[in-house]
Ligand binder design. Structure first.
Ligand code: ADP
Length: 319
């Protein structure tokens, strides 16, 4: 290949910039030209594609968000949209594409690969919910943001002897809630993967109070229910007052942690290597501390399994 493209798509995540930088510089290192596609698949269809030099990705490794911007694009789901995208890429002389995003973006990348345009996927999402990889770019930063928030909430909870409900992101996957719950010392964690028992939760709250605990933290993943909904449920069942903190989009932003920068760099570089071998339809990931590549289809057909040992341990420790 003489020239490849790179884009970021779907929900942004901290560390995507490190991956973009790695793709650009690794390609140049191998004597391959590289172009950035702006605003994901939307930009691919519209042809907002620009050649990038090593200096164009300077000073971004420490920045959250994505310098290439991201977008969601309905037109790209259609055959016409995908053919238009391939036409634009051919016009620019691109022969392969690195797609940094979540499982939706992977589906798009696979569609292009099936139409004869090789794509490689790099997992960028704070949800950590892509099958085939132990970690995704952005998860660690989001987790640290949540922990910082929990620590602050805990200060005020202790001062006023209060129970706080902290709602975190995670529609289908509870990784963020699980890790944050364990690292933040939460009393209870509610995740989409596990059915909850409201009586058990209230029982734990009351026991904690009896033994003199001045604060309680409940973490709820948004996919289970909203924090305010849970507040109403607890009030109705046991007449316990709680405070709700919905962390929202602050979880998506911020300077990436060292770990996410390293992950982004490793994944971006490997994506270029795989693509330059002329292989499409592969996804990059980390398995047992090794960078791996695997069939991209697995990433959106297999099931993501959260590490439930964290759930069990968290319950054991929050006695
Ligand atoms: P994420 O990549 O974070 O999961 P989305 O699910 O919103 O985000 O997907 C990002 C974009 O990928 C969509 O806006 C769409 O353009 C494209 N996409 C998603 N699913 C498909 C699909 N089945 N076929 C083609 N393109 C898709």
């Amino acid at each position: 290949m003489k020239k490849i493209g790179v884009l970021t798509s779907g929900g942004d995540s901290p560390g995507m910039n490190a991956a973009v930088r790695a793709v650009v510089r690794k390609a140049i290192y191998h004597g391959v030209e590289v172009a950035g596609v702006y605003s994901g698949y939307q930009g691919l269809i519209e042809g907002t594609i620009k050649n990038l030099e090593a200096g164009d990705v300077g000073d971004i490794i420490q920045r959250g968000g994505t310098k290439l911007y991201s977008a969601r694009c309905e037109e790209f789901r259609t055959e016409a949209g995908q053919l238009k995208a391939i036409e634009q890429m051919k016009k620019e002389g691109l022969e392969g594409l690195v797609v940094i995003g979540g499982d939706g973006s992977y589906r798009g990348a696979m569609a292009l690969t099936k139409r004869g345009f090789p794509c490689v996927g790099v997992p960028g999402t704070i949800d950590n919910d892509i099958p085939g990889t132990d970690y995704t770019i952005g998860f660690d930063t989001a987790l640290n943001t949540v922990i910082e928030a929990i620590d602050k909430i805990r200060d005020t909870a202790t001062s006023h002897e209060r129970t706080f409900i902290v709602e975190v992101m995670g529609r289908d996957a509870g990784d963020l809630a699980l890790w944050a719950g364990l690292a933040g010392g939460a009393e209870t964690i509610l995740i989409p993967e596990e059915s909850y028992n409201i009586d058990d939760m209230i029982d734990r709250l009351q026991k904690g109070r009896k033994r003199g605990k001045r604060h309680s933290i409940i973490i709820v993943a948004e996919g289970v229910m909203g924090g305010n909904e849970l507040k109403a449920l607890i009030k109705e069942k046991a007449d316990i007052e709680t405070r709700v903190s919905v962390l929202g989009h602050i979880q998506r932003g911020g300077s990436p942690t060292a770990r996410d920068r390293v992950l982004g760099s490793l994944f971006g570089a490997r994506a270029v290597e795989v693509l330059l071998e002329g292989v499409g339809g592969r996804a990059i990931g980390m398995k047992n501390h090794q960078v791996v590549d695997y069939d991209m289809t697995e990433a959106f057909t297999a099931e993501h399994n959260a590490d439930m040992s964290l759930y069990t341990l968290s319950k054991e420790l929050a006695i």
